[in-house]
Design a protein around this ligand. Sequence first.
Ligand code: MRU
Length: 343
Amino acid sequence: MPARYLPCVLPIPAVGWSPDRRALRFLDQRALPEREVVCEVAHLDGVIDAIRTLAIRGAPAIGVGAAIGLAAALELDSEGHGSRARDLLPDYAARLAAARPTAVNLAWAVGRLAAAGAAVPDAQLLATLQAEAEAIRAEDAAMCAAIGAHGRGLLRDGARVLTHCNAGALATAGIGTALAPIYAAHADGVQVEVFADETRPLRQGARLTAWELSRAGIAVQVLPDGAAAALLASGRIDVVLVGADRIAANGDTANKVGTYGVALAAAAHGVPFYVAAPCSTIDLATPDGAAIIIEHRGADELGTLPHGVGAWNPAFDVTPSRLVTGYLTDRGLLSPPFDLLRA
Ligand code: MRU
């Protein structure tokens, strides 16, 4: 199915290049929805900080940001000398890949740049890294469009969709993953109503999903995470669409914490539950969900706690593949063991 490109729904893409192509440019998601702050960084520490603090977030956007950031940081610190850039590359790549552990797109994108660099002489290194980073960015935008085209048929006129976290334009270099079918349907004049889980503790659903959908003119309302099961039980949801940070070879899926509970409730009430992701999020080297490293974040994200009280704050959980109706990818609706990707 040919992918139709939809215009960017954001004031600027969530991640991309500065106009001179010497820096990573992004919309700072920490400031949304109150302020639209555009940042540019070229230093490695700035790129790592942007990813760690969720200024750039969402698995595909993290991969694109790391690729562009790595190319820019090496250009800056090597002062344009390919041999110096080659000396710096292994350390820079390792530090970037360690910025967040769960989204496979990060290590995948950094690994792609390292492999492209290894295949060329020093004189071509910096230009090759820049071209590879741009290819990753452009491919991500195209994969989002393809997910939208493949998933568009899931949504009839009047469809009511529940989503968790933000897997939209803010999480990618294009129109998103879980939100891509919604944008595609909306562009065709199909009415879709979205229910966005608030997504504690950092409120990506309330701050980000609701922001980007409402500015695109799509009906959206926010619910507290704890209300999702009751909403599914009420019969007011036709389909659940969520993104993914890593899909293991058996289909177990890591996504924002709370996704597993939504999947359980959807199964209990007979509501189809789709995971939408580019094929770059499917990690055939990880056999199952037990092998996925789950990022744990600080207690400070949970707000004020009584003195001396600790916190358990995993950023992601794993939804077993048995709860997933289908995997909506840029290559169509897939199912484990994803033989198409092994060819
Ligand atoms: O911690 P975050 O905000 O980076 O978590 C993001 C998610 O869990 C998304 O659902 C996932 O990365 C898919 S984004 C297309």
